[in-house]
Write a protein that binds this ligand. Structure first.
Ligand code: ATP
Ligand code: MG
Length: 220
């Protein structure tokens, strides 16, 4: 599902080296936690996997697509990858329902199918009652669950999470993470998730530790 070979990435014209030769393979159906101290490169690696950032060197294959041009990038994000960002990135003045329909419309999906899927996902995550509310009126936990629902609307084979439960209190973190794992495992999806929470990380199939732009351990 993810095949990364010797990926290097720097910012500021090479002055800030962030990824220093990362090799990573993730099989379909695996759940993988990405750990390491702040600044070690977790978000950058997720962005590279999603095709949101280009590596300076190395090869990236995600969901069977080699990320090259704009076309592959757009197709990847529309059809294969769901992304839950650390900050939810929902549009505050749209309702939760409208937010969740945007990716479906962008991918050319049918509205009726999307509404049926939305109802199911909202039920599973306990936010069915909030669908008609504007995002700005929702609590942090509701927004994060909304972002999770939105990321799954196009039934992505790969779900990428950048501290998807980072903004939540302990009780909500537990709830949202349990839902996330259930939703991923029930459909045989693949999950790669950056997290600072070792307890959550240990519940994934694999824990990958990064330090200073490199993978330093990879354990089942
Ligand atoms: N667009 C950018 N321009 C310049 N520097 C960047 C950019 N994006 C990331 N960096 C730098 O790259 C390093 C790694 O950032 P990254 O966001 O990948 O870390 P992280 O492991 O996700 O950290 P955190 O746990 O705090 O989220 C940091 O030092 C950061 O300042
Ligand atoms: Mg980060």
């Amino acid at each position: 599902m993810v095949e990364i070979k010797d990926v290097w990435k720097s910012f500021d014209r090479g002055r800030i080296e962030v990824l220093k030769g990362v090799d990573l393979q993730v099989r379909r159906g695996e759940t993988v936690a990405l750990c390491g101290t702040s600044g070690c490169g977790k978000s950058t690696l997720l962005n590279v996997i999603a095709g949101l950032e280009d590596p300076d060197r190395g090869s990236v294959r995600t969901a069977g697509r080699t990320i090259g041009g704009e076309r592959e990038r757009v197709d990847l994000l529309r059809h294969d990858v769901g992304f839950v960002f650390q900050l939810h990135h929902l549009m505050p003045d749209l309702t939760l329902e409208e937010n969740c329909l945007v990716p479906v419309i962008a991918a050319g999906g049918k509205r009726a199918d999307a509404l049926a899927r939305l109802a199911e996902l909202a039920e599973a995550t306990g936010i069915a009652g909030q669908l008609k509310q504007r995002v700005r009126e929702l609590s942090g936990g509701e927004r994060q669950r909304g972002a999770l629902v939105r990321s799954l609307m196009n039934e992505p084979s790969l779900l990428l999470g950048d501290e998807p439960t980072g903004a939540l209190d302990e009780a909500n973190r537990e709830r949202v993470f349990a839902m996330l794992l259930d939703l991923v495992r029930a459909k045989g999806r693949t999950l790669v998730m950056a997290t600072h929470d070792l307890e959550l990380a240990m519940r994934c199939d694999r824990v990958i530790r990064m330090r200073d732009g490199r993978i330093i351990s990879d354990a089942a």
